[in-house]
Structures are given as C-alpha cells and as structure tokens.
Design a protein around this ligand. Structure first.
Ligand SMILES: [Zn+2]
Length: 398
C-alpha cells in the first residue's frame, strides 16, 4: 500500500538535482537511479509493465479495456538553485497563518510570501532552511503514484485507461527532449507540475532568442577621428534603440518582452544575447521586427561597422493548439466541477514541457500540485491540496 505523505517524504529524501553544465542525458546519474526507484515502486503496486527507457524516462500503463487513455506526467529532477535530498522536513499541522521560523537563520514572513494566507488551516510541509523541499515536482510524482495505487485496485470505477511518465531534466529545460508519444500511448495527458491546485494552465509564452554580433574598426585612439567604429559603443546604442518598457522587470500577465540576457564587447567586437517572449505569436513577430529596425538604424548610422543579427524560434504557446481542440480542458473542467473545486486558468510566463508535448501531438495542459515558492529554502507544500488533487484525478478518470 502507498500512503501519500510517507511516500512524499521518502521521495524528497533523494537528491535528484539536474545539472545545467552536464553534457549527458539525463544530466545527472542521480536522476537515473531515482527512475529505477520509481519503476520499483510501480512494480510493487502491481504495474508490472513499468520501465525506464534509454534516456531514463519512466513509462507505465494500466490497461482497463477502455477506448481512450489519459496520461499523467511529472518530472523527477529538482532545481539546480539549491541542494535537495532533504532528510528532516517539518510537518506543521493546521497551520495558523503566521510567520514560520525555518531555522535560526531563516524566517518565512507572511508579508513576503502572501500565498501562506491561502493555505492557512492546512497541514503543510516546510524545509529545514538549508535545502529546497523538492515538492517541485515530487508532489506531482507522489500524487500520481497514490492515484495509480487506487486506480489499479478500483478499475471498475474508471472509464479511461491510464498511462504514466516520469521525466528527467525539466528544470534545465530538457524535460521533453526525449519524450516519446508513441511510448506514452495516450489520447490526452497532463503535466502535474506547479503551484496551487486551484489554478491550471494551457497558455505559455511563444519564445525566441536572438544574437547580435558587432564588428568594429579598431585603430589607435590618437588617430581615430572618422575612422574608428567602437563595437562596444554600438552595442550599448543598440540596446537604447529598443523600447525601454518592453522588458521583464516592467511587464506582467500577457505582456511580452525583449530581454537582454548578456552583453560583452570591446572596440573590435561585441556580442549581445536576447530572449523574446510573448503569449501572442503576432506580437512575438512584431518584437522581431523591432529588433530588425533597430539594426537597420544602426547600420545606416555606422556604414563601416559590421552587424549581424540572428533570431531563432524556441518553443510555442500551446494555446494555439487548444483553441481548436478543448478536449483536454473540458475533461479537467468536468473533474473539478464534480469535485466541487473551483478552478481558474492563468497564463504561464515561461515555457512548459506540456507545450512541447502538445506540439509533439499529445495535448498536455498543466495542473497544480499544491507546491509553493519552489526552487529554494522557502518551498512549502500543502498536504490538503495534494490529497485533494488525488481526489480530482479520480473524477478525471471517471
Ligand atoms: Zn517543476
């Protein structure tokens, strides 16, 4: 038998941090070992076909002689931002909504983390102040495994077959790199990854990145008049030609941006890196045009400099898929309605594996798991929300 909270505490005691600089897949051996553990758990509850593939993705199926299959996906790695593998997390029963002292060094204040008010009265789990909790995304894994355990013992209650996948390297942007929809064999799927269970998402950014290379003309500064073209100066001038309000620090909700992520240079050579983001794909195209126009302005002003701008697309907003096929959304709406839980949708200001999986051909919105302020020592999960999510999955498969 599997019990949600002990299972969750067991899963977060394993360090599965992904590694940004690694060149292997998965990025750390620890993830691969954790995948073995999950396969073992699945076998122990009766899912005998569970396996780890050559990329350390875990797949499993519970056939129930139904026409359609719903898939559930969660990621195994934790953020490289802080070490995981926490051995002494703290359970706070019936949380009183006040500031939480994590240890002698760290106090978690309600005015700094206003979500704490939303989980007042819940049983919650907090860190020891030295590790991240790992609820992102082991809350998702624990919810899925708890549900699978129930499903396999109550098959006659459900009208959909069940497919499961656990993926590595989500936190370093490679969670869906080797995801195989043929191995998943589902009609719709959901990533269980993220915050409050009262919010879900089927919108994310459209994303592109750009690189500008500038080659100047370097001569002795004493005799530079009308000859020198200073690449570093052009680089800063280019940045000032872009709209100053269209940056991450001044935008929210569905507002997009052009974000300068790196700049370096000298007289001879400079290079700038940008990321471009917008929920609306036409507005993303407009941002590309803005960058092109700024380039032309600079080229005309400095005909002796050489400027090369390249812009490449990264990921797409999954909403462009869902606006034509709401099946996955309708199913989840019905599950929430039948569970008597109010659900709102919010656009993700980032990417999500679900978007990549959606464009591979498997529609995949994201659901919450009750995990808050992830990627650091102030991470918290609500046990009540995790338990509720297991109940909502039961309604989803009915
Ligand atoms: Zn996550």
């Amino acid at each position: 038998m599997l019990d949600l909270v002990p299972l969750f505490l067991d899963l977060i005691s394993f360090d599965t941090m992904s590694d940004e600089v690694s060149t292997t897949y998965p990025s750390s051996e620890k993830e691969s070992e954790f995948a073995d553990k999950l396969v073992e758990i699945l076998h122990s509850i009766g899912v005998s076909n569970a396996y780890k593939d050559e990329y350390s993705l875990v797949y499993a199926h519970v056939d129930n002689n139904k026409e359609k299959t719903i898939g559930l996906i969660a990621h195994m790695d934790t953020s490289p931002a802080l070490k995981g593998g926490i051995k002494n997390p703290r359970i706070i029963k019936n949380y009183d909504g006040k500031d939480i002292k994590l240890n002698d060094k760290y106090l978690m204040e309600v005015n700094e983390f206003p979500f704490l008010k939303e989980i007042q009265g819940d049983d919650i789990i907090v860190t020891d102040g030295e590790h991240l909790l790992g609820g992102d995304d082991k809350a998702g894994i624990a919810i899925i495994l708890t549900f699978v355990n129930y499903y396999i013992n109550h098959k006659d209650e459900f009208n959909y077959n069940l497919a499961i996948s656990f993926t590595p390297d989500e936190e370093i942007g490679k969670g869906a790199l080797h995801f195989d929809i043929k191995k998943m064999k589902a009609d719709v799927a959901y990533t269980l990854d993220g915050g409050s269970i009262f919010e879900a998402s089927y919108e994310n950014f459209n994303a592109a990145h750009a690189t500008l290379k500038i080659y100047g003309v370097g001569v002795h500064p004493g005799s530079a008049k009308d000859i020198m073209v200073n690449a570093a100066m052009l680089a800063s001038e280019y940045v000032l030609l872009l709209p100053s309000e269209m940056v991450p620090e001044k935008t929210e909700n569905r507002e997009g941006f052009i974000h300068l992520t790196d700049i370096k240079g000298d007289v001879e050579e400079a290079s700038l890196s940008f990321i471009l983001r917008d929920h609306d794909k036409d507005l993303l195209e407009e941002k590309k045009v803005i960058m092109q126009k700024a380039l032309e302005t600079l080229k005309n002003k400095y005909p002796h400099g050489k400027l090369e701008l390249t812009i490449e697309d990264d990921y797409r907003n999954m909403f462009d898929y869902f606006k034509n096929d709401m099946t996955a959304i309708n199913l989840i709406n019905k599950a929430y309605l039948n569970s008597n839980v109010k659900l709102t949708y919010s656009p993700i200001r980032g990417g999500t594996d679900g978007a990549t999986i959606t464009y591979l051909g498997l529609p995949c919105p994201n659901l919450g798991v009750g995990d808050f302020s992830p990627h650091g020592r102030f991470e918290v999960v609500s046990i009540n929300q995790m338990e509720k999510m297991v109940e909502i999955l039961k309604e989803l498969f009915k």
